[in-house]
Design a protein around this ligand. Structure first.
Ligand code: UT7
Length: 318
């Protein structure tokens, strides 16, 4: 039994902020941002638009493309670092907004690798027979935890949501998944603020050692991809598509090189979306699927990495 993606959806908030726009917010330039990151613009959620609102539209589109009703779902997982509230989970809020039945619903917190973690988890539910149809979402309003006075981080992130419907299939689907984490890297990437006694203690903004993250990402994404292939005894030359976390075009290019993938076989959205954390991989899957790039039987590698550090790779047949 496999877990196969049968529908995809994505949603980007209406407001689009270009690098040029940011030149009047912090001391930066379109040239600096584009050459260092490959980003030209990002979308930002409207005031009052919550992570679950973005997740709702992406999920409705995924359900529509799968041709199933929310009531048919027997599992909902939302990967997010920017939940609507401390509790309940954004997955429960989404479940209510979707009008889904009383299936299990929970959030996955693995920051930018959250979608890869969530998809690997949903696959286990399907493989063990605990679920037949799962909705797996990556949704973020990162703009709310970015310090808009800090040029080293605010230019990098964006908001959005992507979703897939996974279904039990006897034919094909997810072949292998490799998940990793190492909490020793906490100092390189974190949001240390804590809600305590009615106030936030510590900074509630993203703190990042950009170069430290960069070096670790390039090394670990290459390795974890190789491991997912080795589990199946598949050579990297057989890969049709690489769909990596979209943080920085230079990280993606270095990872693709390690896997021997030409850039025309790598799905890239970072230029138009920035880093949408847990939403970046499902948004890229949705774009590639809707553009007709992904053909039945194609061998696809998904990769994610982020705070924790937590990272992982999933190998699947489309
Ligand atoms: O999802 C995972 C999360 N994060 C990542 O994947 C990020 C990984 N890291 C990166 O993408 C890169 O390290 C960055 C894009 C964040 C930074 O690029 P870099 O080539 O490592 O630049 P840097 O941090 O070494 O900074 C170089 C210079 C510095 O000036 P000085 O000290 O050389 O005078 C920075 O102050 O660029 C300056 N700088 C900027 N200049 C204009 C930093 N941010 C900006 C900015 N505009 N926005």
């Amino acid at each position: 039994m496999f877990a196969r993606i049968i529908g995809t959806g994505g949603y980007l908030p209406e407001k689009c902020v270009t690098n040029k726009d940011l030149e009047s917010v912090v001391e930066t330039s379109d040239e600096w941002i584009f050459t260092r990151t490959g980003i030209r613009q990002r979308h930002i959620a409207a005031d009052g638009q919550l992570t679950s609102d973005l997740a709702l539209v992406a999920s409705q589109r995924a359900l529509e493309s799968a041709g199933i009703d929310a009531k048919d779902l027997d599992l909902i997982i939302v990967a997010t670092t920017t939940p609507d509230m401390v509790f309940p989970s954004t997955a429960c809020i989404l479940q209510q907004k979707l009008g889904a039945g009383a299936c299990p619903a929970f959030d996955m917190q693995a920051v930018c690798s959250g979608f890869v973690y969530a998809l690997a988890t949903a696959e286990k539910f399907i493989k063990t027979g605990s679920a037949k149809r799962a909705l797996v979402v990556g949704a973020e309003t990162l703009s709310r935890i970015v310090d808009w006075k800090d040029r080293t981080t605010c230019v990098l992130f964006g908001d959005g949501a992507g979703a897939v419907v996974l279904e039990a299939s006897e034919e094909t689907g997810i072949l292998s998944s490799v998940l990793k984490a190492d909490g020793n890297y906490l100092p390189l990437l974190n949001v240390p603020g804590q809600v305590r006694h009615g106030a936030v203690e510590g900074t509630p903004f993203i703190h990042m050692d950009g170069q430290g993250v960069f070096k670790f990402a390039v090394r670990s994404l290459g390795e974890v991809g190789e491991e997912a292939l080795a589990q199946q005894g598949i050579d990297k030359t057989e890969l049709d598509w690489l769909i990596p976390h979209q943080a920085n075009a230079r990280i993606i290019e270095a990872t693709a090189k390690k896997l021997g993938m030409p850039m025309e076989r790598v799905v890239m959205t970072v230029e138009r979306q920035g880093n949408t954390s847990a939403a970046s991989v499902p948004l890229a899957i949705d774009e590639a699927a809707r553009e007709g790039k992904l053909k039945r039987g194609d061998l696809v590698m998904l990769e994610g990495i982020g705070g924790g550090f937590a990272w992982g790779a999933i190998l699947l047949r489309w």
